[in-house]
Design a protein around this ligand. Structure first.
Ligand code: DX5
Ligand code: ZN
Length: 221
């Protein structure tokens, strides 16, 4: 069973991009376990963010684990670039990978952890065959593309289903939840089976990010 206490991954998407170093210092001070980097291509998702160059700058500023979430079509083209930039974990979307097993083995061959993400409309059952090979699953609880959206309540059932599946197939695998996480819904998400919570708005737009982090990290199943 992973993580006795809840892992917190602030999503840099909601940070102050005019002063990333300061945002990273806040995350570190708050005890962030991972820094979540959202990579968007304007194709798989309707928004564009940043590439390996910025991930490299982030990685150079912090010792915290860099968790890279690739919301891009045909991600195999860029995986190596994001590893070279300093990512410790790379997550691809199931919806973008026709040869998911090959992609996962490729990520692992580069010496980093491998994850798969699924959109709100993608069933958990589609992960069954790949689950034993994964270090983490990133379950989207909003439609990917933007920070600041509302958590989709039906996601709780998917988290429970995924938790049951991983206990049977890969108990060490981490379940990370991404989208609309708040201090208010964090307990329900953790009770359903989540180990790691990604929080963009709730963390970086909080009046007191250190306090928000301590509330979220204190959640136990
Ligand atoms: C959405 C991204 C999320 C986003 C979360 O496509 O994958 O990581 O930054 O932001 P909040 O916590 O504001 O929903
Ligand atoms: Zn994300």
């Amino acid at each position: 069973m992973p993580a006795p206490s809840t892992l917190l991954a602030p999503s840099i998407l909601s940070a102050d991009f005019t002063n990333l170093k300061h945002s990273l210092e806040i995350a570190e001070k708050a005890g962030a376990d991972w820094i979540h980097c959202d990579i968007m291509d304007g194709n798989f998702v309707p928004n564009i963010t940043f590439g390996p160059f910025i991930v490299q700058a982030i990685a150079a500023c912090t010792p915290v684990i860099i968790d890279t979430h690739l919301m891009i079509a045909a991600p195999d083209r860029f995986i190596e670039d994001f590893v070279k930039a300093g990512s410790h974990q790379i997550t691809v979307h199931q919806e973008t990978c026709p040869h998911l097993h090959r992609t996962i083995q490729f990520i692992k061959s580069l010496g980093v952890k491998a994850g798969v993400s699924i959109n709100p409309a993608t069933p958990v059952s589609t992960l069954e065959s790949i689950l034993p090979d994964l270090d983490l699953v990133l379950l989207m609880t909003v439609n990917p593309g933007f920070g600041g959206q509302k958590f989709i309540p039906s996601s709780l059932g998917k988290i429970q289903q995924l938790h049951k599946m991983r206990m049977e197939l890969n108990p060490q695998m981490v379940i990370a939840i991404d989208g609309g996480i708040t201090e208010e819904n964090a307990q329900a998400v953790v009770s359903a089976g989540a180990d790691a919570l990604i929080a963009g708005t709730a963390f970086f737009k909080s009046a007191d990010p250190v306090k928000t982090a301590s509330i979220i990290k204190a959640m136990t199943r």
